[in-house]
Ligand binder design. Sequence first.
Ligand SMILES: Cc1cc2nc3c(=O)[nH]c(=O)nc-3n(C[C@H](O)[C@H](O)[C@H](O)COP(=O)(O)O)c2cc1C
Length: 374
Amino acid sequence: MAHTERKLFTSVQLGALTLKHRVVMAPLTRSRSEQPGDISGDLMLEYYTQRASDGGLIVSEATPISITARGWFGAPGLYSDAQVAGWKRIVDAVHAKGGSILSQLWHTGRSSHVEMTGGPAPVSASVNPEYWDDASHLVSAPSGWVKSSPHRALEISEIAGIVEDYRKAAERAKAAGFDGVELHGGNGYLPDQFLEDGSNHRTDAYGGSIANRSRFLLEVVEAMVSVWGGDRVAVRIAPNGSWNGMSDSNPHALFAYLVEQLNRFGLAYLHIIEPRVKGNVVIAEGQASIAAESLRKIFKGKIVAAGGFEPDTAEAVIEKGDADAVAFGRHFVSNPDLPKRIEKNLPLTDYDRDTFYTFDAHGYTDYQVYEDRR
Ligand SMILES: Cc1cc2nc3c(=O)[nH]c(=O)nc-3n(C[C@H](O)[C@H](O)[C@H](O)COP(=O)(O)O)c2cc1C
């Protein structure tokens, strides 16, 4: 197939964002912020500059909206002036290369530790002791990988304050010059903890029915939209995820309702994490798939698909019409020039999982562009 025919390298409009190609950099927590203060420094500047491309879109690594929202040591925040200044340098560098960048807003909820929250117990929709008892849910903290701390359920009176933290972070993202914001609504973090009935047993207006469990996420989106307008806000969901202790008794109905509700905001895009794909076998993690293919029928805006894509399957999902763009995670870790490599059919460099969450340049900024490989 001639390169010019490939849909991945045609332009697309995602809300207010005009892209020249559809190879999106997925949000990737890399824990390289400067301490103390979780500030985006020179190392992060170099990393994002390497990965920016003309007309390309980067979604930033997940960014805590407050001190108590933290749950991953080294994740860069967006709640202090110094953090805004750090991000601004990165945003400016991405813009200088002709790219766009959104800030992914993050509250980790129960997936945290008192070392990360500054002392208070992590919060969630409900209390689920089996979560902190499970050694498979480790938290990266200053003292290393630790079991999550016992969490508590948010009082209903506290919820508006958390929504307000999201709104303030959305404002700070604007001050830093980002092109918009993406809500991290997947992978078992706070909005997901409210959504799914495996983690939400509340009996108030934020629990029980699907509408009630969706309320928190929708209020957060409304707050983000109040700052940016809908066409610069995106939402990321993980409808099939059992990762991080998540489960729901009826994910089809839940995510169909949620996505239908999201239609009213006129979002830039809906970002959907697909079930893992190996070859052409979908590993549905015990649940039937309800990813891009089925949500396409419900969502009225653009869809970015993510999760296990290779250049050929990315092209195919766009060709088939199930997604408008594809976000790559792990391949972007080890291929700073990923859009170009895919466009020119160049081989991809393998990633080293052992350096995903370490703290220095090795495995971070020392992956080379194709021409410089040795
Ligand atoms: C090192 C690493 C860090 C990640 N951090 C985030 C994150 O901060 N926010 C998020 O929404 N997803 C995060 N993810 C998930 C990726 O965005 C993506 O959905 C996942 O890696 C699957 O895509 P891939 O098969 O192209 O890697 C992370 C994944 C990896 C490997």
